[in-house]
Design a protein around this ligand. Structure first.
Ligand code: SF4
Length: 152
C-alpha cells in the first residue's frame, strides 16, 4: 500500500465536532485503492463527536516522552488515549508497509507542522501531533494534505 491517510481527509465525519475535512484528491486515493484511512483518535477509544483537545506544555514528541499532556477543553487529561491511538496507527502503517502518511494539519494527533498552542484560543504554533511524532520517530514519511497537494 502506498499511502495511509487521515480518515477525515477522505470524507469520514470523524472530527471532534462530527464533521469531515474532505480533500477530493485524498478521497480519490482511497477510491483507487492507493490509500487506507485511519483516525488515530477513534483508534485510541474516542467517539464522535467529542470534546476538542490540545497539547499543553509542548508538542507530540513531548507527549511521547512524558513531558507534555493532551487535555480536553474542560480540563480532562486524555494523554493516554492519544498515545494509544498513535501506537495503533503505527501498527497499521507497519502492517500495510506504506511509503507515505498524509495527515490532517493542526490536529493534536495528526498535525504535521503546526498545532494549536494549548490555550483553546485558536492560536497555532510550530509542532506536530502525537501520531505524527511517533510515525516519524519510527521512520515513516509524514506530510500534511497541503504538502501532498504540492507534490501533485
Ligand atoms: Fe482527522 Fe486525525 Fe482528527 Fe481523526 S484524529 S479526525 S483522522 S485529524
Amino acid at each position: 500500500m502506498k499511502y495511509l491517510v487521515s480518515s477525515c481527509l477522505a470524507g469520514v465525519a470523524c472530527r471532534y465536532n462530527g464533521t469531515a475535512s474532505l480533500d477530493a484528491k485524498i478521497q480519490e486515493l482511497v477510491e483507487q485503492e492507493q490509500a487506507k484511512m485511519v483516525c488515530p483518535e477513534l483508534l485510541g477509544g474516542f467517539s464522535t463527536p467529542r470534546e476538542p483537545a490540545e497539547i499543553i506544555g509542548g508538542t507530540g514528541k513531548d507527549v511521547l516522552s512524558g513531558t507534555a499532556k493532551v487535555i480536553e477543553k474542560s480540563g480532562k487529561d486524555v494523554t493516554d488515549l492519544y498515545i494509544k491511538g498513535a501506537y495503533q496507527t503505527l501498527e497499521w502503517a507497519q502492517k500495510l508497509d506504506v511509503t507515505c502518511v498524509v495527515l490532517k494539519e493542526f490536529s493534536p494527533s495528526c498535525g504535521t507542522q503546526m498545532i494549536y498552542d494549548g490555550n483553546f484560543a485558536n492560536h497555532k504554533v510550530v509542532g506536530e501531533g502525537v501520531t505524527s511524532a511517533l510515525l516519524r520517530q519510527e521512520g515513516f514519511t509524514v506530510i500534511s494534505e497541503n504538502e501532498f497537494m504540492e507534490q501533485l
